[in-house]
Every structure is written in C-alpha cells, then in structure tokens.
Design a protein around this ligand. Structure first.
Ligand code: GLU
Length: 308
C-alpha cells in the first residue's frame, strides 16, 4: 500500500490499473459535437490543499467539455449569494430516474429531485440569473479565478450543438414554467445553461477548481465563498446525487463526493485534503466515464482516502 502523500507513486499505480481499459465505453453522441472526441484519451490530476498538483495519463492538460460538472459550481454560487433560497425550489434526494427524465417532474409538480440533474440545474441557473444578471458570466469568472487561468471559456460550437438538439432540456424547462417554477424567460435560462455546460476545462484545471470544496468553501485567495457548512452540504449532494443513477455504486466503489458529466469528466473531493479530476470520453450505460470511474476507484483503494 502506498503512502497517500506519495502522489507521484500513487498516480503511477492508478495508471497501471487503468491502462488496459483506455478506449472502453461509448462517447456521448446526443450532443453531436461531443461524439467527435477521441475515445482513447485519458487524464487524471490531483490538486492538494497545500498547493501540490500532480497528474498522469497523457491528457491531464487537454481540455474537455465540462458539461454537468458545472452543476457543482453553479450550486456553490447560488448558495453563496442567496443562501438557502434555492432549496425552496429543488429537493435533495436521488432521483432514481435518468438525469433528463420528464415524468418524475410532472408527477412532482415542477420541483426537481436535486440540483445535480438537468431540471434541478436549470432551476439553479434560473436562480443564478436572478441573483447576478449573468449566470454564465458568474460561473466563468469563478472558474477562471479558482483555476488561475483567465482564458477558460465556453465552446460555442458545442453550446450551439446542444441548443440545436436541446428539445429535452427545453421540455424540462417549459414543464417547470407551466408550474410557475421558472422566474426568468425559458430561452434566456437555456442559453446560459447551454453555454455553462460547454465550458472546456482540463483535469489539472478542474482539480484546482475543486479545491474550493476540499478547502470547505475557501477560495484560492483565502477568502470564503461558502461557509464550511454549505460546502459540506454541497459535497453531501454530490455523494448522493452526483453520478446519475449510479450514486450508490460510486459510494460503494469510490466512497467520495463525485460529480460526473457526459463529456467524460468526473470531479471527486477528498474533504480537507485534495481534489481529484479524471477524464476519459467513453461512458458506461449510466453515463459515467468508464476510465475516470476506474481511476477514482483505484485512487481510493490505493490511498484509502475515502470518506468512509
Ligand atoms: N449539457 C448536458 C445536458 O444538459 C449535460 C448533461 C450531463 O453532462 O449530464 O443534456
């Protein structure tokens, strides 16, 4: 067993476990632009609360589509600005249905199960639009500052592709509007949501951004975005709802708060210690990256850094 502070050694051991699986899974194609990514790519990075950054996999600095991982950061923003307001509009329970399911939303009268699935994230973006006037801009600024990279930006080709094929998200948003749950015009909320999802980020940058949670709400400059309590609660929602309909499986295999996106990235947090980002474009049948999940499982196996 490796000492968990020997990160280079840990990363070599992670890579050993993942190598033969690279290329497995199916690249998401319901947003056509995402289907063009090379399934053989893989990256893994760990950022520690004391300033270390370690990476492996050959593509740890390659940018990929952040997609649903943005949901963690938009939630952090609304919690920092309007406190518990968002919890009047969205629950905190695993959905047990797919991330873009309509029938549960109809049955539960326009209140989404949690902020990590699409309808919940649309509510969060709606709230962020009310809170800031520019939901996309607020997210972009947060990520630029936390990663130290002023150049993080949306991929407008992906955003347009998502908009063009976004009838399901439009349906979710209009269904919630029909229950008077949207505060801003649906097209405006969707525009911000699609651009948020299309932000591209590398594992190294994402791991740095995740330190916001690993440091229990403290920003890179030492100031606070969130209270310790709020950060703890975001991580609780990640653990229970962050990996589509496989959160139980992730708690069992990885044992860390995680959020995945259909771009193939997964962000995992070891509270008080480090933030880990893994990326491989091939997804399993639940929508989680096959290689990123394997890498995170190996990481907690090797370091014993699980929250349990
Ligand atoms: N932009 C994607 C959508 O809304 C995000 C899906 C995901 O990563 O879970 O469909």
């Amino acid at each position: 067993m490796r000492d968990s502070d020997d990160y280079p050694g840990v990363l070599d051991a992670v890579m050993e476990r993942v190598r033969s699986h690279i290329g497995e899974g199916k690249v998401a194609d319901y947003i056509p632009q995402l289907a063009e990514v090379d399934p053989e790519e893989f990256g893994f990075a760990v950022a520690t609360v004391d300033g270390g950054l370690y990476s492996t996999g050959g593509h740890a600095s390659t940018r990929f589509s952040m997609q649903s991982i943005t949901k963690v950061f938009t939630l952090a923003l609304v919690m920092s600005i309007s406190g518990g307001e968002v919890w009047k509009r969205v629950h905190r329970e695993p959905s047990g249905t797919s991330f873009n399911s309509l029938y549960q939303l109809e049955f539960e009268e326009g209140i989404p199960r949690n902020p990590m699935i699409n309808p919940g994230a649309l509510i969060v973006t709606d709230q962020l639009l009310t809170d800031t006037g520019d939901a996309f801009g607020a997210l972009q600024e947060l990520l630029c500052v936390e990663t130290g990279d002023p150049d993080l930006h949306a991929d407008n080709v992906v955003a347009d592709s998502e908009n063009e094929h976004g009838d399901r998200n439009r349906s979710l948003a209009y269904l919630m509007a029909s229950f008077s749950k949207m505060h801003n015009p649906v097209p405006e909320v969707l525009d911000h949501y699609f651009r948020q999802c299309s932000i591209t980020i590398s594992c190294e940058e994402l791991a740095k951004a995740g330190l916001l949670l690993a440091r229990h709400g403290r920003r890179a400059d030492g100031s606070r975005l969130l209270s310790t309590r709020e950060a703890r609660r975001i991580m609780a929602v990640m653990l229970t709802c962050g990996t589509y309909d496989a959160a139980g499986e992730f708690a069992y295999r990885v044992g860390l708060p995680c959020k995945s996106g259909i771009g193939g990235g997964i962000l995992a947090i070891v509270p008080g210690r480090c933030s880990v980002a893994a990326w491989g474009p091939g997804l399993d049948d639940k929508g989680n990256s096959v290689t990123a999940a394997l890498a995170l499982e190996a990481f907690t196996d090797i370091t014993k850094c699980s929250v349990f």
